[in-house]
Design a protein around this ligand. Structure first.
Ligand code: IVH
Length: 746
């Protein structure tokens, strides 16, 4: 074939392949068989081989073009990837609606919100991996995992191997314009059929089997070699647009979505006003959206949708764990906003947990990083909610007693979607008389050390859940009733290994420490080996390891020693929030560590504050910090008073760990301003008004004084207005307040 002819043929082939891809993945109306599609692809590949000048890295035939990577690069999400609040029953769904209707009172929309019905959008909740896809001028440029919602990993190469992810966008039916910048969010999934055949193959090759479609999808996207990821035949369903800016020089389409909760440009771009519009828009751009999704005029229709899908669900080709319900109108979404990590305008309805019965073979003890002993039930393996389950935590002795669980008992285990399985009931009628009661060991099963009993207040509301522990070895800790003030029924007894040097708890702590520092090269086995070899005695020693320490060890060698040392070197800098989390202070998990870091900025200030507190005989000033309760406050004090802990921190510094200071939260247009609200606003409920002020760094206080910055007066204001006038405090009417808010960006 002549070169010019070949060029034309390449173009034609690409166009036809793209059209067929669309029909298959987006329209669900394939026109040709797979063999025909493959044959066209083959011809195209051969032509490109002959005429490499017509190659295009973004062309569909180059989906598996990337080279294996050494590791994934981190990427910061422009807008946070949120999670969803779950509801587990129709009743909880009605409660959710009640709450949102209250917040939407008064409603800015005619007929929707309070008084009128709210329109919802229902879609399937896929059980896969959330990913974000970035398109620039219609070309797929980057894809990332959710990670912790703020920072994910760049998995572009692997995502390119998914045929239902368009590599370049074209807009069909509504003009040719595509957004200049577009961030699509959706779920990468593996079909149930693919999982079955993958597991069959894994079984043959003696590899571990994937428990469910989510693990399989996640495992596939974590392959460093895109060829391996391609073999996994993943799929992608788009569910949201996080950000989009119109095409250059174009007013041709309307889209103004700036992340969840801030739909700023919406008013000026009236074409996209609903969540359902976003889905239609995504479909027009060539993304696959699920065919079952639907607009529901009210909650009863939502319930019908949920009931209908429940029937189809077992035969649905993909793993699902519920239905996502969104308030359809984006304006109402914006008003409802985001609380914590989840939007208030969305809810995930989870189908009832699946249950199965099995026999408890044994109860083992796990020693955690705080030294807490956690009983673990070991079962005859059984299938629940698509996963093989062979163990479940029993949390603590109280839980065992509550259930009256004995070794040999037949038990009911429950598993809901991604939640870990739990024992919910013992079938006592199945007893033969041979069952044995379980007793907590008198010494630590890992080190033979003394066991200490401590009274623990369960800070979480559910009494069946057992306390949550997230602390490092901190032997000085005892829980005082003065600070804990927990209701009687939530108190339980926890058993701890008192041995400071207990190898099991030290190992767990090391594992926690390296995972927070993201030193991925140091897995549990390697850490244990280094300890056994005497290379490290605590986590701080990790930072003084050298290549010469590691290379001579059997099964290591130069290359892997170098990788380990490089990785450690690269991870020496750590933000304060993560550093605090890594310390493993009891009750201080990731979120609490972030709150502390944001409040103090630098570690020295936190320690100073602890020392001052000590002088003041614990006035509990920590309790004034957002989200810090008495249990956290007490354990932070205890931790930073303990000399061993302070020495450990010093050692980390000496060994090269650099703590990056946290930006203090002194931001927002309203920072330093106090507002007092009186009367009713016609466009916003009081709660939402309050939230908006707080979101901009302002404060809302109850009464007017000369220190009040503004009094916002709505209809029928109370005496506060008079006081304001008397004291000469500035009063804003609704319009003025909305203007002020607008100036600060919503
Ligand atoms: S909307 C605000 N829609 O569920 C977060 N999520 O539990 C936006 N998921 O991380 C989520 N199918 O991975 C949405 N149709 C769907 C979904 C879906 C699955 C996942 C997603 C998210 C998780 C939250």
């Amino acid at each position: 074939m002549e070169k010019s002819e070949a060029q034309k043929r390449v173009k034609k082939l690409r166009e036809e392949i793209a059209r067929l891809r669309d029909l298959y993945h987006v329209e669900d109306k394939p026109e040709v068989t797979d063999a025909v599609y493959d044959s066209l692809n083959r011809e195209l590949r051969e032509l490109i081989k002959k005429y490499p000048e017509f190659d295009d890295p973004n062309a569909p035939e180059n989906r598996i073009g990337g080279k294996p990577l050494d590791k994934f690069v981190k990427v910061k999400h422009k807008t946070r990837m949120l999670s969803l609040n779950d509801v587990f029953s129709e009743e909880e769904l009605f409660d959710w609606e009640k709450r949102i209707k209250k917040l939407l009172s008064p409603s800015p929309l005619q007929g929707e919100g309070q008084g009128g019905e709210v329109n919802y959008f229902c879609e399937i909740k896929f059980d896969g991996l959330a990913v974000s896809l970035i398109y620039e001028n219609g070309k797929f440029v980057r894809g990332a995992t959710r990670g912790d919602g703020l920072v994910g990993e760049d998995i572009t190469q692997n995502l390119k191997t998914i045929h239902s992810i368009p590599l370049s966008l074209t807009r069909r039916g509504v003009g040719g314009e595509v957004p200049e910048y577009l961030e699509v969010r959706g779920e990468a999934v593996m079909s149930k059929k693919t999982l079955v055949s993958l597991n069959k193959q894994n079984e043959k090759e003696g590899k571990t089997l994937f428990a469910n479609t989510r693990n399989a999808a996640a495992g596939s996207l974590r392959q460093l070699d895109p060829k391996l990821a391609a073999e996994r035949k993943l799929d992608f369903f788009a569910y949201d647009i996080a950000e989009a800016s119109p095409a250059k020089n174009s007013g041709a389409f309307a889209l103004g979505v700036k992340g969840q909760g801030t739909h700023d440009a919406l008013n000026s771009l009236p074409g996209l006003q609903k969540h359902s519009d976003k889905h239609r828009f995504l479909k027009n751009l060539g993304f696959q959206v699920d065919a079952n999704e639907a607009i529901c005029k009210n909650l009863n229709e939502v319930i019908n949708f949920i009931r209908k899908f429940e029937k189809i669900r077992p035969d649905f080709p993909y793993g699902t764990d519920g239905v996502v319900i969104s308030v359809d109108n984006l304006k109402l979404q914006e008003i409802l906003g985001v609380v914590g990590k989840a939007p208030r305008y969305m809810s995930a309805f989870k189908y009832p947990a699946e249950r199965a019965t099995t026999i408890v073979k044994n109860v083992k003890i796990n020693v955690g990083r705080t030294g807490v002993l956690t009983p673990l039930a070991i079962f005859e393996p059984t299938l629940v909610a698509g996963s093989r389950v062979s163990k479940a935590t029993l949390h603590n002795m109280d839980q065992i007693e509550r259930l009256d669980l004995r070794i040999g008992d037949t038990v009911v285990i429950e598993k809901a979607g991604d939640v870990i399985p739990k024992v919910v009931e013992v079938l006592t009628r199945m007893r033969t008389g041979k069952e044995k009661k379980f007793k907590m060991p008198e010494v630590c099963p890992a080190c033979g050390g003394k066991i200490e009993k401590k009274i623990i207040g369960d800070t979480e509301s559910s009494s069946s859940k057992g306390p949550r522990f997230s602390g490092a070895p901190n032997p000085g800790q005892t829980i005082s009733h003065r600070t804990l003030r927990v209701p009687e029924k939530n108190i339980s007894v926890a058993y701890y290994c008192a041995n400071k040097k207990c190898p099991a708890k030290n190992e767990r702590y090391l594992e926690h420490f390296v995972s927070v520092f993201e030193i991925y090269e140091l897995g549990p086995k390697i850490l244990r080996r280094f300890k056994d070899e005497g290379l490290i005695t605590d986590a701080a020693d990790i930072f003084t390891l050298t290549k010469e320490d590691i290379a001579p060890l059997e099964r290591f060698g130069e290359k892997s020693a170098e990788n380990i040392i490089n990785e450690i070197e690269n991870k020496k800098r750590i933000p304060l929030a993560k550093f605090l989390w890594a310390l493993g202070i009891l009750h201080v998990g990731e979120e609490t560590a972030r709150d502390l870091a944001n409040n103090f900025g630098i570690l020295e200030k936190l320690i100073l504050s602890v020392n001052q507190e000590k002088k003041l005989n614990f006035s509990n000033s920590f309790l004034e910090i957002e989200n810090i309760g008495p249990a956290v406050s007490k354990s932070v004090y205890d931790f930073f008073q303990n000399k061993n802990n302070l020495n450990f921190i010093k050692k980390l510094g000496k060994n090269g760990v650099i703590i990056e200071k946290a930006e203090k939260k002194k931001t927002g247009k309203f920072f330093g301003l106090n507002f007092v609200l009186t009367g009713t606003l016609s466009t916003m409920s009081r709660e939402i008004t309050k939230e908006k002020i707080l979101a901009h760094g302002g404060k809302v206080v109850g009464s007017v004084s000369k220190n009040t910055s503004y009094v916002v007066a709505g209809v029928e204001p109370g005496s506060k207005l008079k006081t304001a006038e008397k004291l000469g405090v500035k009063v804003l009417n609704e319009k003025e307040f909305l203007n002020l808010l607008e100036q600060s960006g919503g």
